[in-house]
Design a binder for this molecule. Structure first.
Ligand SMILES: *Cc1c(COP(=O)(O)O)cnc(C)c1O
Length: 434
């Protein structure tokens, strides 16, 4: 089948995500046939370097032999069984490994990030209810936060374009000042700014804690806000404040977990343990949908009872899918056997050096955390992000700017020559589009 036929059939039959479909009258879809390493290939064989890891899910490249093999083996054994009343080896092994990595011993599964957010919010609320504090029903999040787009998750998300249309359907939540250091005063250090934001957080929580169930945050990097980065001092203060006033801290590490910020989990850099951690995206190396919420013994115990209604009765059909768990186990095995965190540090140092080619452009806030890089273009072009996306595709590069923010979040397996290709193609595109 040629490109054009597939495109037309897709436009007739598929409703694409995060898309005003009419814009495809101007911007064509890209029909991808296969992937290999950091490359995606279209039906005609043209390659695109996947600098956004297919929406932040891919860690070790497309067509990864080890993850592929693990899924194939699982496929010959057990594809799926419901997890209510049943269990299986992949889900047990994965839960044990995640408990060891996070220090949170009880794993509740779902299939996507937004569901993990829902689960954490419901569990937090239900914990307080089971503990005789049923007036703790409200949630707070950060300004510019993103926690997914189902109704509950959207209620704690703060991105107007995703949220405003649905406002009448959503439960209101208050937003705390974001410690994203782009918002700091001139001359203020990132740490001082983070601490100043934490003061506002304490003011709010000290006043409203009796009605607050949880504070949900994206630790260290607010990705959907345009890779807003902040100092880990904020995490430490947020943890202390939440503990002091008995409000749960939910760490949404759906985007930043699994090594993206340099450590396995971003919370480690603040040296904190949240009450809940939400994981998804990279968990299966980008192979299959899977998400999980991990929590403490204390919270788990508050549900453990003779009464059915005190239990957490939430469920999804594919909870703990064995194929997805086997992909996650293979992903964790690669982290261990290949010393990925250490290797990423070396790779990040190399990329940081190469990033200097960008400084000749008209940009600001060039920033980096672990395996994420971003900068903001100084432009008044309202079509900037769409034009950059289009021009980059022509060069064989998949970039997906968020507003004026251009970012790179490549698979960890990207090679030095691929890094050079990515950056030089990006410079050419940005010189063309201002
Ligand atoms: C992507 C994302 C989500 C939502 O995950 P989905 O799988 O897209 O539902 C939630 N929180 C954060 C921080 C994310 O980046």
């Amino acid at each position: 089948m040629n490109n054009q036929t597939l495109l037309n059939r897709s436009l007739q039959s598929v409703w694409h995500p995060c898309t005003q479909m009419k814009q495809h009258e101007t911007y064509p879809l890209i029909p991808i046939q296969r992937g290999d390493g950091v490359w995606l290939y279209d039906v005609e064989g043209k390659g695109y370097l996947d600098a956004v890891s297919s929406w932040w899910v891919n860690l070790f490249g497309h067509n990864n032999p080890r993850i592929k093999e693990a899924i194939k083996q699982q496929l010959d054994t057990l594809e799926h069984v419901m997890l209510a009343g049943f269990t299986h080896q992949p889900v047990v092994e994965l839960s044990e490994k995640l408990a060891k990595l996070t220090g949170l011993g009880h794993a509740f599964y779902a299939s996507d990030g937004a569901s993990a957010t829902e689960i954490a919010l419901k569990m937090s609320f239900h914990y307080w209810r089971n503990s005789g504090k049923s007036n703790k029903t409200k949630f707070i999040s950060l300004q510019n936060s993103y926690h997914g787009e189902t109704l509950g998750a959207l209620g704690v998300t703060d991105v107007a374009i995703f949220k405003d249309n649905y406002a009448p359907l959503l439960t209101q939540s208050a937003q705390m000042p974001s410690p994203d250091w782009r918002l700091a005063e001139a001359g203020e250090s990132t740490e001082a700014f983070a601490l100043r934001c934490a003061e506002s957080l304490e003011q709010h929580i000290s006043e409203y804690h009796h009605e607050l169930a949880a504070f949900i945050i994206e630790p260290l990097v607010q990705c959907a806000a345009g890779m807003g980065m902040y100092h880990p001092a904020y995490l430490r203060r947020a943890r202390d404040i939440c503990t002091k006033y008995e409000v749960h801290l939910i760490a949404d590490e759906i985007a930043v977990g699994f090594g993206r910020t340099g450590t396995m989990f971003a919370c480690e850099q603040g040296n904190i343990k949240p009450d809940f951690i939400c994981l998804s995206k990279g968990i299966t190396g980008g192979y299959l949908p899977l998400s999980v919420v991990l929590t403490t013994d204390k919270i788990y115990q508050a549900f453990y009872d003779d009464s059915t209604a005190r239990g957490f009765l939430h469920s999804h059909s594919y909870t703990g899918n064995p194929l997805a768990c086997s992909a996650a186990l293979a992903t964790l095995a690669i982290f261990e056997s290949d010393n990925i965190l250490e290797k990423n540090m070396q790779k990040a140092a190399y990329i940081n050096g190469e990033m200097q080619v960008l400084t000749k452009l008209s940009i600001k806030h060039l920033r980096h955390h672990g395996m994420i890089w971003a900068f903001d273009a100084e432009t008044k072009n309202a079509q900037f992000s769409k034009q950059v996306y289009q021009a980059a595709l022509k060069q064989g590069l998949l970039l997906r700017p968020i507003g004026n923010t251009v970012y790179f979040m490549p698979p960890y397996t990207i090679s030095e020559s691929e890094i050079d290709f990515m950056l030089h193609a990006a410079v050419e595109v940005l010189q063309e589009i201002a």
